[in-house]
Design a protein around this ligand. Structure first.
Ligand code: OMP
Length: 233
């Protein structure tokens, strides 16, 4: 645990090859999202695994329970290291995902409230009467009760989630930025040095669009190291 996962949010396998070139010889943890997976399909997963990388397949399933179960059965054969669903699909859907994912080495995560969502958005558009934080905590406990291994959340919520669900319940946190970096469309943003209760950081554009991706990746690891120093104080 405690890995920086690089979100390979690029359109094609060729872009992946070019991006990974300067990382040659390193075994990374990478995330393949919908943009790349819908274009390249299974071959990109096989290629990355063959190169020795760990793969988080980020397809955020959100459908009726039976469809999610059957899709997870298909994904089980891929032997990805992580895969996810939307917790907003409900407990029955998450339980179905758990049943469908038969590969014991794949970690199953549930996305709580997207890190691009704000308090105003969930109250105004989702019409929730509770706070964003309470919603994230409630979705996390539903995920735990459904047999899910952990959640995708903002690092802002990770401490509360750990308190509620135990330290082994994983917190995988996107919406991370170095001080001064562009936040783009992210709202609930945390610097790596403050991501004390995250098990994994998910970082995309700050690394993939950097002029020096390897240096940026290393800076993230170094800065996040300061967070572990805070826990041991
Ligand atoms: O499930 C995810 O990975 C995810 C959930 C979430 O709430 N927020 C979020 O940003 N992500 C993903 O994490 C990555 C963040 O990318 P950057 O904002 O470029 O660092 C993207 O690939 C998103 O799809």
């Amino acid at each position: 645990m405690r890995d920086v996962i690089i979100a390979l949010d690029v359109p094609t396998k060729d872009h992946v090859t070019t991006f990974l070139e300067p990382f040659k010889g390193e075994n990374l943890y990478v995330k393949v999202g919908m943009e790349l997976f819908y274009r390249e399909g299974l071959s990109v997963i096989y290629a990355l695994k063959e190169q020795g990388h760990r793969v988080f397949l980020d397809v955020k399933l959100h459908d009726i329970p039976e469809t999610v179960k059957r899709t997870m059965q298909q994904l089980s054969s891929l032997e990805v290291d992580m895969v996810n669903v939307h917790a907003l699909g409900g407990k029955r859907m998450m339980e179905a995902a758990r049943v469908g994912l038969t590969n014991p080495t794949s970690t199953l995560l549930a996305v709580t409230q997207l890190t691009s969502s704000s308090e105003e958005m969930i109250r105004g558009e989702q019409q929730l009467a509770i706070s964003l934080e309470k919603s994230v905590l409630s979705l996390s406990s539903h995920a735990k009760e459904s047999g899910i291994d952990g959640v995708v959340c903002s690092a802002l919520e990770a401490e509360g989630i750990k308190k509620q669900n135990g330290s082994s319940f994983l917190t995988v946190t996107p919406g991370v930025r170095l001080a001064g970096s562009d936040r783009h469309d992210q709202v609930r943003v945390v610097e790596p040095k403050d991501a004390i209760h995250s098990d994994y950081l998910v970082v995309g554009r700050d690394i993939t669009r950097s002029e020096h991706p390897v240096a940026s990746y290393r800076t993230y690891i170094e800065e996040w190291g300061k967070a572990s120093c805070k826990t041991s104080q």
